[in-house]
Ligand binder design. Structure first.
Ligand code: 13P
Ligand code: SF4
Length: 298
């Protein structure tokens, strides 16, 4: 039996659901039961009724699944797949920032550890950051850890936001020159950018949004060609959903941790029912509040 069929058989036998992020390898997206952006995955994870969640993506996403549905066994086929931005804001640094500005609300991008989330007032993703900031009705905000998303949201809402120095190495690698060169090569292309891109890159974009928002935008758009300023894994669904349209990503658009999980590691995870992602009950309890507060804004 091939790997794909065996995965299917084990999923049914064990009651497992495979969740995967839009950046995962094509072969992983193909065997997943649900593929989405961080917000979609968090919502989906909270609704899973099966006993096992196999999470294909990076650790902060699997942690959110565990926090939102703690009764489930959450398994990460590649437990070392860590988003580097999630390590750019430690709980102790956050504690210090809160002491320095006690009146400010801490808005935390979901690309953070569970322990850091435990110290936040509310979480956000790239899909709902503007809505989250607007929900705070003008309160002072410390935004962690992505400085580019924070600056983008500050510009959109007019709210004064204290930025952190975090960034995504993959999106930070897209320079203005790179995008200008792509525009010169594909002059009729619409530019879609993830808000983790540099401010000068976002200024050039025709559309800024989360990975799933880009999928919807490209499918609905009359345009035939797109420059896509995010990780290349998104190409799989862009091309599948809009086979007659052309999509171009920068050569450097690769997130290494997202590429660690393949179908073999998914199969192994199903066979071994591990490695299981475990979190302290106290962390789960404290980190659930800001995540649920975010989801309730839906
Ligand atoms: P999305 O929530 O837009 O899928 O983004 C997650 C991410 O890690 C982007 O780099
Ligand atoms: Fe983290 Fe960037 Fe990879 Fe997204 S693309 S998971 S922010 S390193």
């Amino acid at each position: 039996m091939n790997v794909r069929d065996r995965i299917q058989q084990l999923k049914e036998e064990k009651g497992a659901v495979v969740l995967a992020h839009n950046y995962c390898l094509d072969e992983v997206q193909e065997i997943a039961d649900f593929v989405g952006d961080s917000l979609g995955l968090a919502i989906k994870a909270s609704e899973v009724t099966e006993p096992i969640i196999i999470f294909c993506g990076v650790t902060f996403m699997a942690e959110s699944a565990k926090i939102l549905n703690p009764e489930k066994k959450v398994i990460m086929p590649e437990a070392d797949a860590v988003c580097p931005m999630a390590n750019m804001c430690s709980p102790s640094q956050l504690e210090e920032a809160k002491k320095a500005t006690p009146s400010a609300k801490v808005v935390g991008y979901v690309n953070t550890s569970a322990a850091a989330k435990a110290k936040m007032d509310i979480c956000c993703t790239s899909a709902n950051a503007v809505k989250v900031i607007e929900s705070l009705k003008g309160e002072e905000v410390i935004f962690v850890p992505d400085q580019n998303l924070g600056a983008y949201v500050a510009g959109k809402t007019g709210v004064t936001i204290r930025l952190w120095e975090g960034f995504c190495p993959t999106h930070q690698a897209f320079t203005l020159q790179m995008v200008e060169d792509m525009r010169a090569e594909f002059p009729s292309a619409v530019v879609m950018a993830h808000p983790e891109c540099r401010p000068e890159v976002l200024e050039m974009a025709d559309m800024v949004g989360s990975t799933s928002q880009m999928l919807d935008y490209a499918a609905d758009s009359k345009a035939k060609e797109f420059i896509v300023l995010t990780e290349r894994g998104l190409l799989y669904r862009l091309r599948r959903d809009s086979p007659l349209k052309k999509f171009h990503v920068p050569d450097v658009a690769v997130c290494p941790p997202m590429k660690m999980t393949d179908t073999r590691s998914v199969l192994k995870a199903l066979e071994n029912e591990g490695p299981e992602l475990l979190l302290d009950d106290e962390v789960i309890e404290a980190a659930r509040r800001p995540l649920e507060r975010m989801i309730s804004l839906r």
